[in-house]
Design a protein around this ligand. Sequence first.
Ligand code: SF4
Length: 284
Amino acid sequence: MEVIVADNAGFCFGVKRAIKMANDTMDGGGNVRSLGSLIHNPQVVSSFRSRGLEVVADLDSIDPEDTVIIRSHGVGPELKNKATSLGLKVVDTTCPFVTKAQQYAAKLISDGYKVVMIGDKNHPEVIGVVAHTQNQAIVLDTVEEAEKLRFIPRMGVVFQTTHAIGHVQEVVGALLKRGKEVRVFNTLCGATTSMQKTAIELSGEVEAMVIVGGRQSANTAQLAEVCRKVNPRVLQIESAEELHDDWFHGLSRVGVSAGASTPDEVIAEVVERITNMEPSAASA
Ligand code: SF4
């Protein structure tokens, strides 16, 4: 089986940075806690756990001498202030792309705009950005929701960093009809946009695509979705163990891409497993 891996597959700059900062912090010793899973990848989280990094849901369960890691998705200003006022050592791995989105959202609010964020309201990054607007921002994610919005004279728009450019363009198109002055900040992350672009191109050149990444990972889900628009045969998996010969029956050329929090080793295992598929299963 021929397997082609898309350029830019796997760890993005923001995730590499967060992992390095977490590793450096662990090397420094002491109790280290992560506020939520460090990244949306079970293998990486489990490897950090084996070194003693405990994931906590809130600050209340952390002792004052402990160090707390804020993950790349970021948090709201109140949570960060609370951590500092509790005396915790804070290691902030918020991705610079997410910080930009937080800053634009805060600026829009202080300049008198009603902020609309295009994103998943339950995603930690979106919750953090909205917290930078004193929780005033409206979050929506579809053209239908945008069309139902009340008229807003001064509207400021930001995006969840990992959204697909085509999707936000459609929603912004609908928002333009709901406002008089509509100010849009492009807060899409360059790493995700390039990853999606190369995966879309590869999807058009292969018989099927395999997308690797954590099930909780928003950018992995987006990657699978944009590929499906070009090639309906897309399989989304978390690890090589989920691959079955049946799915590859009759295929000879398969593409692979991976979400921004997928380690190289996981991608390599997937590629090896597909490459070594039984010839009868691959080409029958
Ligand atoms: S996907 Fe983009 S925004 Fe998210 S951590 Fe990576 S570089 Fe940052």
